[in-house]
Design a protein around this ligand. Sequence first.
Ligand SMILES: Cc1cc2nc3c(=O)[nH]c(=O)nc-3n(C[C@H](O)[C@H](O)[C@H](O)COP(=O)(O)OP(=O)(O)OC[C@H]3O[C@@H](n4cnc5c(N)ncnc54)[C@H](O)[C@@H]3O)c2cc1C
Length: 501
Amino acid sequence: MCYPCKTPNDPCWPSTLEWSSLNETVSGRLIKTKPPGSVCYPTESDYNLSACNNILENWTTSVFHSSNPSSVSDLVYSNSSCSPIYPNGTNVSGDPDAEVEGGSMGNLSPYVVNAMEASHVQAALEFAHRRNWRLNIKDTGHNPEKRIWTHFMKGCKFHESFKPQTCGGLEGHMAATVGAGIQDGELFQFLAQNDAIADVGVVGWATGGGHGLATAEYGMGADNIIEAVLVTPHGEAVTTNACQNKDLYWAIRGGGGGTFGVILSVTVRAYPMLSITRVDIDISARNGTSPKHWWILIAKIHKELLYLQDAGLGGSCTTFSGPPFYFHDTLLQYNTSNADSADESVKPLKGLLGYANESVESTITTSWSSSWYDLIKLLPATENVGTKRSIRASRLLPRRAIENTMGLAYILEEIGPQQVPLDNGISNPSISGTMTISKVQTDNALNPAWREAAVHFITSQQWNDTLPNSIAEGAIESMTYDKGYYLRQLAPDSGAYYNEA
Ligand SMILES: Cc1cc2nc3c(=O)[nH]c(=O)nc-3n(C[C@H](O)[C@H](O)[C@H](O)COP(=O)(O)OP(=O)(O)OC[C@H]3O[C@@H](n4cnc5c(N)ncnc54)[C@H](O)[C@@H]3O)c2cc1C
């Protein structure tokens, strides 16, 4: 075993011949990568100004990073390895010395197997296993090492009635079988053509838990996996479902996909197309409203949101920002024929906001659509990524934590946007939250804290590369031991979401 050979600089790093041999085994699908930004560095052999301009144009889109074999969308994982630079030598995240410092592979994988089938995955696993290497699986690259890339496993098949293999007695269910490289937008579009939906992101999303717009109606992503084909770390290709390899089937539904093998395809439940009522709540603080007053009101609103959850307004995504303090929430009700019942349900919330009219401006609007896919089409097709470093803390908060209005108000004031933001280059915290939660118990590896949760809150802060390390480290420390601590105190017996902890 060649234990210390982790980087190309180590003396027993595999020879060119060994890499060529791996390349042959994987049918020529081994990629020797360069960091995408290297084309911007005049000292690099692949320097190319027009390719650089193209990268600069696309760098902030998640699609660019998911379709590049080595790149990751969050600079915190790549340690800003070779981010592209502008002609003045400053990189995309604002480091003016980036050109002088030069580009390097840093944390990015020097080799990637662009896998299309089980044998490619098996060869990569065997090559890494012999060298005791850690291997990473990239689907979109929301997270990043030597790597198997599943991006081009794009198969997609619709089933009116799917029965897992060897599960003779089980009833069939509408379903879709998708390759590990399928992304949520692609699947939504494919299913809409069959007048169906699946509340599905991508493989990492569903195996880690997966909350989405229809979770309150149909359960978490993990609850909806009915079969998966995967290659185990020992290189065996297996089918897992309720009737075979049941332990693996249990584990990959919430315990994270990469923990147990490389998934080649998953079959997920699909459902007939839903109609949808949407409620948008916008609240902004008027001049002179004190932070204390604002956060008590926001905590009271969350108590009302619990009642709306009880009334079937299940999907809810919130954001808090400021100053000036601002709160937005989108609530969703499924399978309705108009917005009447939502209009009725939000009356108490309107009453509460009416009483608070002196301190906040607010609007509540409702709208109805016969097709859930109409809402999906409104979502941004790409996420804005790639220029900032960030840190976050999150917690799954049960109902009792939200009903403790004064406790919640106090903690939101500590972890949320501050009236006087820091002026040291660390952004004011922003909070995002979701109430798209399924209480239906399912026997799988999903963190049980999800079933009790009423809200999943994430507070986060950002900064750019120019910030001295000491200040960035201070922000990380404060997020972990102050803000994260406060959130945990609200629900010490709860937990955090594997994919967004
Ligand atoms: C902007 C943004 C928005 C998000 N919004 C949501 C949200 O609304 N709801 C939600 O639940 N989560 C959300 N997340 C978190 C998201 O679920 C995780 O980042 C998830 O891990 C992404 O999975 P991926 O398939 O894109 O995989 P990648 O980011 O490529 O990989 C993540 C991990 O998934 C595993 N993995 C990927 N492919 C495979 C495979 N073929 N076999 C086995 N394991 C595999 C690997 O262990 C890998 O380390 C969001 C993340 C971001 C960055």
